[in-house]
Design a protein around this ligand. Sequence first.
Ligand code: UFG
Length: 322
Amino acid sequence: MKTILVTGGAGYIGSHTVLALGERGYDVVTLDNLSAGHRWAVRHGELVELDLLDREGLDRLFAARRFDAVVHFAAHIQVPESVERPLMYYVNNVGGTLNLLAAMVRHGPRYLIYSSSAAVYGIPEVIPVAEDAPLRPINPYGHTKAMVERILRDMARAGEIDYIALRYFNVAGADPGGRLGEGKEWAPHLITVAVRAAAGRRAGMTVFGTDYPTPDGTGVRDYIHVSDLAEAHVLALEHLLATGESGVFNCGYGRGYSVLEVLDAVREVTGVDFPVEYAGRRAGDPPALVADSRLIRERLGWQPRLDDLRLIVETAWRWELP
Ligand code: UFG
């Protein structure tokens, strides 16, 4: 049985992936400092409470245990926060990853699946955006992801590691089996915010920006169900373990929805009309981000099963209901 170390495995996407790996018969060890993750979210394997900035702790863990691969989620992930506190983002996202890579090079394993982001593209010239588009992040969060990708590429070229970077678009929804969802108290993402407004767990919500160069003026995103994304990780891991081939893949469905379209879907699925305010653009937000997702379908054989905005909203809604 293969043992996979999952950093950030107590977080939203990490926990869904830990579950998917467990269901495929992998032995999973979750490493998490629980700053944004939750103990309850680790539904498979063991949890090691550790911070990636603790180099000695990491070294001890890698010296004591043998891992076949690392899946690396642990990072700060909020774009607006990264604009306000860039140093915290660079230290944690880049510095933490460097510590992890140093431990891997010292002790093994050589295989890494990395959580990258569509934020590396900034404001793409061509939409849908493909993997070979130029990387021009427009916020510190996106820069941390692009920097780590660069480091991984250089290390792979030098033979120090093999990796697959997955560039996530807008991850949403919850485990269709109702076992997991986005962390209970902290959640800035559009679908979670809207569903919570519908559930009466917040007074209402705000639409950030109505003057974008998009059909209805609000931001357009490619929303992907978290369980389809978890499956993409399993496929990437299997591919990497089998071939040792490094690569970079977009993870999105290839279809964009505006904020207003998402809110319509939330009203329709929940049957609740909640208060919405309109405000200016949020710092660091691009107008539109939609994936060209051909590569991951072709190379990894990824076949999304939950590619439906209403289904995404429905699973998120079920998770939020008491
Ligand atoms: N939005 C609102 N109101 C809200 C929340 C969001 O109008 O209360 C809008 C945003 O302005 C944006 C869209 O909804 O137009 C999506 O915003 P999210 O906060 O849900 O997600 P982001 O697109 O800002 O960022 C997410 C992840 C990033 C990742 C990016 C990739 O948080 O880590 O998707 O597309 F890089």
